[in-house]
Structures are given as C-alpha cells and as structure tokens.
Design a binder for this molecule. Structure first.
Ligand SMILES: Cc1cc2nc3c(=O)[nH]c(=O)nc-3n(C[C@H](O)[C@H](O)[C@H](O)COP(=O)(O)OP(=O)(O)OC[C@H]3O[C@@H](n4cnc5c(N)ncnc54)[C@H](O)[C@@H]3O)c2cc1C
Length: 382
C-alpha cells in the first residue's frame, strides 16, 4: 500500500507549459478583455495548437492523453491568471463537449468533438433557465418532433460562450411529463434562426461571454440529438459531477492568486515603521489563508485522482467543490482587507479575484445545492 503526495514529472511539465503560456501570451490580453468585457476568441485556436483543449481525453479519441490531474493543473494556472479565461476554457472543453465524447455517435464526434479539441469550433452548454437554475427538473425548454428532426422552444439563461460559440449543447424536455428521464441533449449549430442571443453584463468574470437565449421554433436535425437517444439526464449529472472537481481547481487558482498578492503587499507595505505582515492580526490572516489553501489543494487533487480512478461520486464532487469555492471567496476577501484602501482600487488584482470567486459559489451548482447533495449522502432529506 502506498500514498503518493507528489506530482509526476509529466504533471510538472504541464504546469510549466501553462504557466509560460499565461505569462507570455495570455496574461497581456487580460486587462483589455476585462475592460471591454469581451473574450478574445482567437485564443481557442492557440489552446488547440498546444493540445490544451483535450488534456483529459484519450489520444485514441483525438485528445492529449493526459489525466484529470493534468486537467486540474491547467485550470488552476489559468484561474491564477484570469478566471474569465478559465471559465471560457471550461465551458468549452468540459461542459460543451464531454457529453459528446461520452455518448456521441461516431459522426457527432467527427463533426463536433474533434474540431472542438483543435479550437476550430467553440462550444458551450445550455442547461440553466430563468426558472430552472438550481432546480434543473423545472426545465421548460421543450423539444418536439418535426419533419427530419426536432423543434426547440424555450429559453436558456447565463450561458457561457454562447455569443462566440459555433455550437451549443442544449438540454430540452423531449416528453411533456415532468420527469428527469425526459431531458435530452441537442447539438445546436450556430447561428440558428430560432436562437436569439442577448449578451449579459456581469460583475464577475467580466471578459467571459455570457448570454440569455430566447429559443423560438429552432429546427435541429435528427442527427444532432446527442447519441441519437432521448433521456440523457444521467449523462448531464455525471458531467456536472466531474466538472465540480474541475471548478474546484479553478477556485484553488483564484485563492492562490489572492494569497500571493496579499502576501506580497504585507511584505512591502510599511505602516508606523513596520511591514503590515508583522502585525500579528495580519500575520494570522495570512497563516489562516495559507492553511485553507493547503487543505483545498489536497482535496482538489484527491477529487481529480478519484476521477482518474473512475470512482468519483456526486457527494465527493460536492464536498470538493464546496470547500474549494468557499476557500476562494474567504481568502480573496481577506486579501482585500490586508490591502486596506488599495484593495478597493482597480490597479490591484484582489477586488477582481473576489468578484470572480463569488461566481463559483453560485455557478456549477450553488454552495447550498452542494450541501443538499452532501446531506442526502448522509441520509437526510434537505
Ligand atoms: C457567470 C455565470 C456563468 C454561467 N454559465 C452557465 C453555463 O454555461 N451553462 C449553464 O447551463 N448555466 C450556467 N450558469 C448558471 C448557473 O449554473 C446557475 O446560476 C446556478 O445553478 C444557480 O441557479 P440560479 O441562478 O437560477 O439560482 P436559484 O436557483 O434561483 O437560487 C437562488 C438562491 O436560492 C438557493 N436555493 C435554490 N434552491 C435551493 C434548495 N433546494 N436548497 C437550498 N437553497 C436553494 C440557491 O443556493 C441560491 O442561493 C452560469 C451562471 C453564472 C453566474
């Protein structure tokens, strides 16, 4: 029996590659993207060239043949730089294509999954609705059979990448009855005459693209019903569980970025002749932040390891996501306090990181929803 608490040389190489990319190529794009609230979509091509969109997918399917630990390393480093960039990456490389990889037909994989890995097509995932966020089962978007395919009607809310996407995976009810088994996924190529996009302005992850979509009589050919089967709700749940571990890695990256900024500030800011970090109140904050990050770090990579072992369950994923995302919020708030007035100024990163971190106690299932999943695992009925 052995417990290994070290990353492999291959994992370290992945971290080096993504760090260099962030420092040399992506980092310089972040400020303008934030200011203009626009995602530089050409970045997807570069990610594709470097094999960063297929990190956790097998080489035999066109991926980079690495593992979930590597995927989480990429997420952590992207989020350290900019959570908005990491969100666009995640909505594409996990939510928008994982279900196609999992259950898509050979033709669907060829047309959508492979070009998405290359960055030639951008993907997104439309699950949430105005009345169906935490409560997915309240989904109102309907898909009805039409000649040669399906007709979709309804709306989708807060959909990442929608305004820059070449296709979206859209969840819709294929049976009027309110039961989870009647929820199916459709690959909708864009533009589609029935899809009306409204770009949303946000407080957090400002440069990632997010939209409200009104769907009116949108025709989708039969071969774009994912896996050519109805009732794929369990695949959505499995995809969300894995992505919660991924999102936890994103949160870890944000927490580290906020901590590093606070530590550096505490080291250089002199008040009454002393570094502020030498005041016990500030030093203890930094100590708590560092301990929380260490705990989140090992939990995240334990979750990734469980994905790689094929043993991840929904409650473990919820625990990992809950702890890491709340850590990012708490650490970034403390980082603002350590900065004093400077923490509120835009030239310091901690305000942006805190706004971005708050998105992740909501997106991919709120902290309350994660607690419900965990409580159900404990045998209660919240
Ligand atoms: C920036 C951003 C990007 C997003 N990107 C995507 C995307 O690409 N695709 C997509 O499909 N979705 C996306 N989402 C949607 C996201 O998944 C939902 O916002 C989230 O699931 C919460 O749903 P809601 O906003 O409707 O909140 P609500 O469900 O209305 O929740 C409101 C409050 O009530 C609480 N609550 C609700 N139900 C319960 C309960 N049973 N027990 C206890 N408390 C409860 C919630 O925790 C929350 O505090 C995105 C959201 C954001 C903010």
């Amino acid at each position: 029996m052995s417990l290994n608490f070290e990353f492999s040389a291959e994992h370290e190489a992945v971290r080096d590659t993504i760090r260099r990319l962030c420092r040399d190529e992506l980092g310089p794009l972040v400020s303008e993207a934030e200011e203009t609230e626009t995602f530089p979509a050409s970045v997807f091509r570069r990610w594709g060239e470097l094999g960063l969109l297929g990190v956790r997918y097998p080489e035999s399917d066109g991926g980079s043949g690495l593992d979930k630990i590597s995927d989480c390393i990429v997420r952590e480093e992207l989020s350290y730089m900019s959570q908005a960039f990491a969100t666009s990456w995640s909505a594409h490389t996990h939510l928008g294509i994982w279900p196609i990889w999992k259950i898509g037909t050979a033709e669907q994989r060829r047309r959508f999954f492979v070009p998405a890995l290359e960055g030639a097509k951008i993907a997104g995932f439309g699950l949430s609705e105005p009345d169906g966020g935490s409560n997915v089962r309240a989904m109102k978007t309907r898909a009805e059979r039409a000649t040669g395919g399906w007709k979709l009607n309804g709306s989708k809310l807060y959909i990442t990448n929608a305004t820059i996407a070449d296709f979206l995976l859209v969840a819709a009810r294929t049976d009027p009855e309110l039961k989870p088994q009647s929820i199916s996924l459709f690959i909708v190529e864009l533009p589609n005459a029935g899809f009306e996009m409204h770009k949303l302005r946000k407080e957090g992850i400002r440069s990632s693209e997010t939209a409200l979509i009104h769907i009116t009589d949108a025709f989708v050919p039969h071969d774009c019903l994912l896996g050519e089967t109805v009732g794929t709700y369990p695949v959505i749940l499995e995809s969300l569980s894995e992505n919660r571990v991924g999102v936890a890695a994103n949160a870890l990256g944000m927490a580290r970025a906020a901590f590093d900024a606070a530590r550096s500030f505490a080291d250089t800011r002199i008040v009454a002749g002393k570094r502020v970090g030498d005041y016990q109140a500030i030093a203890h904050k930094l100590a708590d932040m560092s301990a929380r990050i260490e705990a989140a770090h090992w939990l995240v990579y334990y979750g990734a390891w469980r994905v790689d072992q094929g043993t991840l369950d929904a409650a473990t994923a919820a625990r990992v996501k809950l702890i890491a995302s709340e850590t990012a919020v708490a650490v970034s708030e403390q980082a603002i306090r350590i900065h004093g007035g400077a923490g509120i100024m835009r030239e310091y990163p901690v305000g942006r990181i805190h706004r971005d971190a708050l998105v992740y106690v909501i997106g991919e299932g709120t902290s309350e929803v994660q607690r419900n999943i965990i409580a159900r695992d404990l045998g209660f009925k919240p």
